[in-house]
Write a protein that binds this ligand. Structure first.
Ligand code: ATP
Ligand code: CA
Ligand code: CA
Length: 382
């Protein structure tokens, strides 16, 4: 199967950035693990003014190792809080460090979003590193106390799992801020289709010609040709959790987030047959009483909300087929508030399109429309 992204090796334009990032994370996670006892969080741990800049000279220092790139400075945001979050999300510190800082290089995804962010994937597929704007870090640090509270309270929350926020500043260079988060599509099952869904319609269609669409293409709202049927129990849990997550995002003034959905078609879909239309001729049509134990070869992965979820994908339209699928999903890109640029985007795009069809709307409307959309594409299996 095709692994998305390009491995960053020497000579890559972001090779130094990757090295700095690996050195920085090894330092931060290592220091926390060795020097400070795990203790309960205090209010001060959430304080954005707490500064933790560390200097990394190439020759090394008392607290930093020697390295091959230019001198840089490194900053951790609220490290104690993220240490608690990693524990909450069951990320072992050694695994974390090894995945990001091990000798395996990271892979760079060819800029999947419009925002200009870079994305890096660890070789084991567990973690995604995204470069973000200063304003996004601000939003995250501001929402951190309620985010922490929310994910502690709701173990099946679908909002992005954040593991760390850092900043690298090479001497004479620009600051690069980035977040480390969980990869929703880290799975034993190959993801055949991915959809980034906002519930809006204006411009929400992939710009790739059909022949170039493959399993690494992120499709959008208007490309979605399925309705997902979930078992009653999962359906109810999903609807409840979406409501709680959206209430949280709305209260934080967030908009422009997406439900990212990945589909694994059970049965054999050869990778040459994964164009959109070929989907319909795939050999994995579902028979109603199909015993689903066979497909796991005795090692059924843990099913939870948004991961490894068995479902039926029913093709919309007349005479559509039904496929047995495994679903992965979560709410991503939750660091955009309804700021002046989004208000301007709303005003501007309203001139060309129905205001309710454009992505940039205020957080209350956004959340309402998002939830309505989810209720249309997920239905209870009868
Ligand atoms: P824009 O603001 O233009 O929408 P962005 O640069 O903020 O884009 P995101 O929306 O965060 O980027 O992500 C872009 C794409 O990267 C997603 O559609 C998805 O394919 C992939 N992606 C982002 N976060 C994750 C994640 N946690 N797990 C798996 N894939 C992800
Ligand atoms: Ca996005
Ligand atoms: Ca974004």
């Amino acid at each position: 199967a095709k692994k998305p992204g390009e491995t960053i090796s020497k000579g890559h334009k972001n090779y130094d950035l990757m090295l700095n990032l690996q050195l920085g994370i090894r330092y931060s996670v290592g220091k926390l693990a060795s020097l400070t006892q795990m203790r309960d969080l205090r209010q001060g741990d959430f304080d954005p003014k707490e500064k933790f800049w560390t200097r990394f000279p190439p020759e090394g220092s008392k607290i930093t190792p020697p390295h091959q790139s230019v001198e840089f400075r490194w900053k951790d945001y609220c490290p104690m809080v993220f240490r608690h979050l990693r524990r909450l999300f069951a990320v072992d510190p050694a695994d974390y460090m090894l995945a990001i800082c091990g000798s395996d290089a990271l892979r760079e995804l060819s800029s999947p979003g419009k925002s200009g962010s870079f994305f890096y994937l660890t070789q084991d597929d567990r973690f995604i590193i995204k470069t973000v704007k200063k304003s996004e870090v601000k939003v995250l640090i501001k929402m951190l106390p309620s985010y922490f509270q929310h994910v502690c309270q709701y173990k099946s929350s679908l909002v992005t799992k954040f593991y760390g926020v850092h900043c690298v500043k090479p001497i004479g260079g620009q600051k690069v801020r980035f977040i480390v988060m969980g990869n929703l599509f880290c799975s034993e099952f190959h993801i055949h289709r991915r959809f980034d869904l906002k519930g809006s319609s204006h411009g929400r269609m992939t710009d790739k010609p059909e022949g170039e669409i493959d399993e690494t293409t992120t499709l959008k709202d208007l490309d979605l040709n399925f309705v997902f049927r979930l078992h009653k129990i999962w359906f109810e849990e999903l609807m409840g959790q979406i409501d709680r997550d959206c209430e949280f995002l709305e209260a934080e003034g967030i908009m422009d987030y997406s439900l990212l959905v990945g589909l694994h078609f059970c049965g054999d879909i050869s990778s040459s047959k994964t164009s959109l239309s070929a989907c319909s001729s795939s050999p994995c049509r579902l028979s109603r009483n199909h015993s689903d134990s066979s497909r796991f070869h005795g090692r059924r992965p843990l099913i939870r909300l948004g991961a490894n979820m068995p479902a039926r994908a029913e093709q919309s339209g007349h005479g559509g087929e039904t496929f047995e699928v495994i679903l992965y999903f979560g709410i991503i890109d939750i660091l955009q508030d309804y700021d002046i640029s989004k208000k301007l985007e709303h005003a501007y795009k309203s001139l060309q399109a129905d205001p309710s069809s454009i992505s940039a709307v205020d957080p209350k409307l956004y959340s309402r429309r998002f939830r309505d959309f989810i209720r249309r594409i997920f239905v209870e299996d009868r």
